[in-house]
Write a protein that binds this ligand. Structure first.
Ligand SMILES: [Ca+2]
Ligand SMILES: [Ca+2]
Ligand SMILES: [Ca+2]
Ligand SMILES: [Ca+2]
Length: 570
């Protein structure tokens, strides 16, 4: 379908008037401090928006000794919100949506939101939907166990096998009603359930005291029993507040050694007179934390539950999408600004351990276009001492230019770790590929490079790290993003040569008019056709750059009026 060209006053890159300090970045870095205010260790999940509504995962990490997780993330400049969820070891779950207005963000989680603890109720018929009761008038509250009185409520009265007080189960409203109409009587209902030793149990019961002569002291009791049925320990809470309606009474206790059963008791006292109702009896066992690899991260939150060296996956640009790089390859001379001499999609998976230190950096790289005849190479420089790297695997070393050390990094770097992804793109993928009008796109397979650290580190640099090309198999002729540092193998004689205005100190890879040789966008790049200036493909690129990135932060998107489709490789 023929598209109507969009009006644009700027028809070539060299008409752009770029503010001197603009760096052509389409992303921004945020520093986050996430704090578990209730002092329960937690895994934090950082998304670009609500994950239940399409939000994509950026980063995961575990609270440290002070219950905080501090990290940095890189998100699109246009990103207005982040969304953080917190999964606590005790099963609590909490989420915070945060509007990004500053680069330093501090969020405190209180643990008061919804729980994901889904322990099933160990008491059948706890809401008394039906009348599964046995009647057994004994004198002994701590009765012996028989198979007939487990899994069923047993109703009792205290004295001499004579139920002078009454217990009723309402058929319509589903509660237990106890009426102690004489003194020195105790009325109660109990329930047996098999239980484990040294395990936390929680009993919740709704109670409602409706008629009280001020002597009646109804209560809810949780008893831990041994295998002989005798109580080892018991805990009770009194139902109070005559006329106040239904309230919830809760007991949470850890079972003693030798616990074999729990007895839940709903009771009135021996000396009182009055009426009390009980309902919604729930006995739950605490979520048992299993950490099979013993790295401090429970199995349920550990993405590597059988690997103590690994715990979490984080991503750039996110768990779903790829970011993209576009290069010009005539440096130090200006090019034609089609930014397609190499177009590369990429996504990183950053694997961290329970200390939030990086152990693997897994880069997926996919060449989309080679709009060049030069035999260029591509690599990435990390802010990482090469001595910390154990191995690098997966690179396409199809040339004979670079020297690779025994750990797989490029040799010759002391403070940075440099890995070469494509030693010679032309011998690997071909030249002049996927940039011509009408050309049927060639699919280049994904290359996955895994950098594994022998000594995990808290950071290897800010995303997208420091990607670069070297031109036409001249290793020292590197092209980086604006103001990214050259590697130790870059030849300084190029700086300031021809159109380049690098000062060799803190200004790199831009012209005196502040034009770049490389750009990164946080999504796949709909790149220009061969020799088509990017400003004629993406109409808002010019206004974005001239505004120092303030306007049209999403210039690369397919918004109405943003693109001249006939100038973009399809
Ligand atoms: Ca674990
Ligand atoms: Ca693990
Ligand atoms: Ca070009
Ligand atoms: Ca080109």
């Amino acid at each position: 379908m023929e598209e109507t060209p969009v009006e644009n006053e700027i028809s070539s890159f060299d008409q752009l008037d770029i503010p001197v300090d603009f760096d052509f970045r389409t992303t921004k870095e945020l520093n986050l401090t996430l704090f578990a205010g209730d002092a329960v260790h937690s895994v934090f999940y950082i998304y670009d928006s609500d994950p239940s509504n399409g939000g994509r995962l950026l980063k995961k990490g575990l609270s440290s000794g002070d219950y905080s997780f501090q990290t940095a993330i890189t998100i699109p400049t246009q990103g207005e919100t982040i969304f953080v969820t917190r999964q606590a070891f005790d099963g609590k779950y909490e989420e915070i949506s945060h509007e990004v207005t500053a680069s330093n963000i501090s969020l405190t989680f209180a643990g008061t939101q919804k729980s994901t603890s889904t322990g099933s109720n160990l008491v059948n018929n706890g809401d008394f939907e039906n009348t599964s009761y046995s009647y057994n008038y004994e004198n002994n509250l701590q009765s012996n166990i028989s198979s007939s009185n487990t899994d069923v409520w047993t109703l009792k009265s205290w004295q001499n096998n004579k139920p002078n007080s009454t217990i009723e189960v309402s058929g319509s409203n589903h509660y237990v009603f106890m009426d102690d109409n004489k003194s020195n009587k105790q009325t109660f209902a109990y329930y047996f359930v098999a239980a484990s030793a040294s395990t936390e149990y929680t009993l919740e019961v709704d109670g409602n005291l409706v008629d009280d002569d001020d002597d009646l002291e109804p209560y809810v009791r949780l008893s831990y029993l041994g295998s002989n049925g005798q109580e080892i320990n018991g805990y009770e809470v009194e139902v109070v507040g005559e006329g106040n309606g239904w309230n919830t009474y809760t007991i949470t206790q850890t079972s003693p050694a030798n616990t074999a059963y729990i007895k839940v008791i709903l009771a009135t006292t021996t000396s009182g007179k009055g009426e009390v109702y009980f309902d919604n009896v729930e006995l739950t066992q605490a979520v048992v934390v299993v950490d099979a690899d013993n790295d401090g991260v429970p199995d349920s939150l550990d993405e590597y539950p059988a690997d103590a060296a690994r715990a979490f996956n984080s991503y750039y640009p996110n768990a779903i999408d790829f970011a993209s790089l576009g290069f010009e390859d005539l440096w130090p001379s200006m090019g034609d600004y089609d930014f397609n001499d190499l177009v590369l999609d990429f996504q990183y998976t950053i694997v961290t351990n329970a200390s939030n230190n990086i152990i693997d950096l897994v880069g997926k790289f996919k060449i989309k276009a080679v709009g060049a005849t030069f035999a260029n190479g591509f690599g990435v420089s990390l802010d990482l001492n090469p001595a910390y790297v154990a191995s690098v695997t997966g690179a396409q070393l199809t040339g004979s230019l670079v020297t690779i050390a025994s750990n797989g990094l490029e040799s010759g770097h002391t403070n940075k770790s440099v890995f070469i992804v494509y030693e010679d793109i032309n011998t690997y993928a071909g030249a002049m590929l996927n940039t011509a009008v009408g050309e049927v796109a060639t699919d280049i397979p994904m290359t996955t490079v895994t950098v594994t650290l022998g000594t995990p580190q808290s950071s290897v640099g800010s995303e997208p790290f420091n990607p670069f090309i070297y031109i036409n198999q001249t290793r020292g002729r590197e092209v980086h993003l604006v103001n990214k540092l050259p590697t130790a193998l870059a030849l300084s004689s190029y700086f300031g040569d021809s159109d380049d205005a690098s000062n060799g100190i803190d200004v790199f890879y831009k012209t005196s008019q502040n034009y770049p040789w490389a750009i990164e966008i946080p999504t796949t790049f709909a790149y220009p056709l061969e020799e088509v200036d990017v400003v004629n493909a993406h109409v808002k690129f010019g206004p974005w750059a001239e505004s120092s990135g303030a306007s049209y932060t999403n210039w690369y998107e397919n918004q109405p009026g943003y693109r001249n489709g006939q100038n973009i490789f399809q």
